[in-house]
Design a protein around this ligand. Structure first.
Ligand SMILES: [Zn+2]
Length: 80
């Protein structure tokens, strides 16, 4: 069985969930840490370390949806 690997948001290390020094939840996402020090740093300022790539992904998909919505004219006359 493959072991789940997570990225320690504080130091960037890959951490196996089973071997992590601790975990913390922030905005519905679980983060794993290589050491207690990283966990403590995260919990002091979670917004500083939260997964920005996910944030960008959300922003991008929202943007793409908006673009599609704003361009019905290019499909004028096209019927599903
Ligand atoms: Zn760490």
């Amino acid at each position: 069985m493959a072991t789940a690997q997570y990225r320690d948001p504080v130091c960037g290390m890959q951490v196996e969930a089973a071997k992590s020094a601790g975990q913390s939840e922030h905005r519905g996402q679980t983060y794993y840490f290589c050491s207690r020090g990283c966990k403590e740093k995260f919990e002091q300022h979670p917004e500083q370390y939260e997964d920005k790539s996910r944030e960008e992904e959300r922003y991008r998909s929202r943007f793409q949806a908006a673009v599609r919505f704003d361009q019905p004219a290019s499909h004028d006359g096209w019927q599903p």
